[in-house]
Design a protein around this ligand. Structure first.
Ligand code: ADP
Ligand code: 5GP
Length: 227
């Protein structure tokens, strides 16, 4: 077994929801709590919003640059969402996985579908539901980061997005934020213990446990463990 095979594989945690349901808020909390998760900073042609920073929230690029990146095969996934294009580079995913980190994606269902198809073993797909469409609208208006027409577009799209839940493995209703976060956290922690994702690492862990048990066994002459 190579040392590569003995490292646990990184997880690709995909979190999607209709705009305004709270996925960015939930994702930020997860990254703050767990330093071994890297946020996948997407590329987008959307204009920067108040309070956003280049390279932190997104890499903000123009349409020709986005088209060139598609042609050169740089994206692991990309999609058009709310009249702008968004994409995740294959290099970012590869670097994180090779570095033994987990990667968190705040992407839409079209991207979720592509990540699921390409990285079936590593992907964990989480869909965040708003408690109601009325509450979704209230959150978008309160967030006040989008123009009224953009809010209307996002609300119309919400119906289409909600229909995509079947693609996902986990569903979280974000009614009460602390409760919703506890669920996301639990999904992340449980995924790290899933045997089917561990591969040869599981065997190593069992062997280590066995060898420690051997060391702790009493010796034949009944002296008990040494040292
Ligand atoms: P998304 O990333 O899904 O578009 P955000 O994380 O930006 O959504 O959340 C939309 C707005 O709703 C933000 O102003 C956020 O502070 C607020 N919000 C998130 N979760 C809750 C919640 N459980 N209850 C009330 N407001 C929330
Ligand atoms: P926003 O403009 O509100 O930041 O994001 C709009 C939508 O685009 C959200 O649903 C968000 O998850 C999605 N999105 C952000 N980055 C990507 C990406 O790289 N790929 C895909 N497919 N969707 C993305």
């Amino acid at each position: 077994m190579t040392s590569e095979e003995l490292k646990p594989r990184g997880l690709l945690i995909v979190v999607s929801s209709p705009s305004g349901a709270g996925k960015t808020t939930l994702c930020r909390r997860l990254i703050e709590e767990f330093s071994d998760i890297v946020f996948s900073v997407s590329y987008t042609t959307r204009p920067m919003r108040r309070g956003e920073e280049e390279g932190i929230d997104y890499h903000f690029i123009d349409e020709p640059t986005f088209s060139r990146m598609i042609e050169e095969g740089e994206f692991a996934e990309w999609a058009e969402v709310h009249q702008h294009r968004y994409g995740t580079t294959a290099e970012a995913v590869k670097q994180a996985l090779e570095g033994g980190r987990h990667v968190l994606f705040d992407i839409d269902y079209q991207g979720g579908r592509q990540i699921k198809a390409k990285f079936e073993k590593e992907a964990i797909l989480v869909f965040v539901l708003p408690p109601s469409l009325t509450e979704l609208e209230a959150r978008l208006r309160k967030r006040a980061t989008d123009a009224p027409e953009a809010i209307e577009r996002r609300l119309k799209k919400a119906h289409e997005e909600l229909k995509q839940y079947g693609l996902y493995q986990y569903l979280i209703v974000n009614d009460d934020l602390p409760r919703a976060y506890e669920r996301l956290r639990a999904i992340y922690l449980a995924a790290q213990c899933a045997l089917d994702r561990m591969g040869p690492v599981a065997e190593r862990l069992v062997k280590e446990a066995e060898s420690q048990a051997q060391a702790a066994l009493p010796s034949k002459d009944g002296d008990g463990p040494k040292g």
